[in-house]
Write a protein that binds this ligand. Structure first.
Ligand code: UTP
Length: 236
C-alpha cells in the first residue's frame, strides 16, 4: 500500500567540504524517483550543512551574537539547499512541488497533492530534525527517518569518545536520556538528533529511525520497510 514518509537529510550529506556532492544528490534523486514511482509520497527536509556553517560563522565574525539572528541565517541556508534539491528532483521528472515550503502546514498541504515536498527550516529555535518530526506528525506519515552522517545513535559522542557504543534499538525516552532535555542552546553538531524534535516525538508518540544517509541504498531499504543499518527508536 502507498505510504507517506518524511526524511530529514542533514546538510552534511549534501556537501563534500564546501562543494555540493553531486554524486550523492544524483543517488538521492534516483532513490526518491523509485520510492514515489509506486504512489508513495515523501516530505524531504534539507539541512544547512556547509552553507549554514559558513553563513553563521561570517555573521559571528561581523559581531552578531543574537541566537535568533543566527538562526535566521541558518534557515536561509537550509532553504537555498532545499531549492537546489527540489530543482534536481524536478529536472529528473519527479513530481516535486515547485514551492519550497516555509511552514509545516504549507508542506503538509502540498504533500496531499504532490509526490514530494521539499523544505528547509521554518522558524528560529530548533533545527531541521525538529521540522521533519513536526511534518511527520502533521502529515500523519508512516515513518520519519533522520538521515545523518553517523551510522547509529551512540551512548556518547563517537567523535570524541572512541569507546562509544552504538544503540541499534531504543525507546524515545532512552533517546532523550542521550540527547538531553529540549533546549535549543544544547543543540549543535554534537547532538545526534535535535532534543526539541525528540520532545515533539515523545509528545506525539512518533517512532523514528536514524541512519547514515551517505549510503543511499541503506536509506532506500529503510524507506521500503526492509532491514537497514541504523537505529530504530520505538515509542515505548
Ligand atoms: P540544520 O538543521 O542544518 O542544523 O539547520 P544542524 O542540525 O545544527 O546542522 P547539521 O545537520 O548538523 O549540519 C542549520 C541551522 O539553522 C537554524 C539553526 O540555527 C540550525 O542550527 N534553523 C534551522 C532554525 O533556526 N530553524 C529551523 O527550522 C531550521
Amino acid at each position: 500500500m502507498a505510504k507517506v514518509a518524511v526524511v530529514a537529510a542533514g546538510g552534511s550529506l549534501l556537501y563534500d567540504d564546501s562543494e555540493v556532492n553531486h554524486e550523492w544528490l544524483a543517488e538521492l534523486v534516483a532513490c526518491i524517483a523509485d520510492f514515489t514511482s509506486v504512489g508513495n509520497r515523501l516530505g524531504l527536509v534539507i539541512g544547512g550543512g556547509y552553507l549554514a556553517r559558513q553563513g553563521i560563522t561570517s555573521s559571528k565574525e561581523a559581531g552578531i551574537t543574537d541566537v535568533h539572528e543566527l538562526d535566521l541565517i541558518g534557515i536561509a541556508a537550509t532553504r537555498v539547499n532545499a531549492a537546489g534539491v527540489k530543482d534536481a528532483l524536478r529536472a529528473s521528472g519527479v513530481g516535486a512541488a515547485d514551492e519550497v515550503a516555509e511552514t509545516i502546514d504549507e508542506a503538509a498541504a502540498l504533500l496531499s497533492h504532490h509526490s514530494v515536498v521539499v523544505m528547509g527550516g521554518t522558524v528560529p529555535g530548533h533545527t531541521t530534525d525538529a521540522v521533519a518530526i513536526g511534518l511527520a506528525i502533521a502529515a500523519g506519515a508512516e515513518s520519519c527517518t533522520i538521515a545523518t552522517n553517523v551510522d547509529y545513535i551512540y551512548d556518547s559522542n563517537p567523535r570524541t569518545n572512541p569507546d562509544a557504543s552504538p544503540i541499534p534499538r531504543l525507546t524515545l525516552v532512552e533517546l532523550q536520556a542521550v540527547v538531553g532535555p529540549p533546549s535549543h542552546e544544547g543543540a549543535g553538531p554534537n547532538v545526534v538528533i535535535d532534543p526539541i524534535g525528540v520532545q515533539l516525538a515523545i509528545d506525539n508518540n512518533l517512532a523514528l529511525s536514524l541512519l547514515n544517509g551517505g549510503d543511499v541504498a541503506n536509506l532506500a531499504a529503510c524507506l521500503s520497510g526492509d532491514s537497514f543499518t541504523g537505529s530504530v527508536v520505538e515509542v515505548s
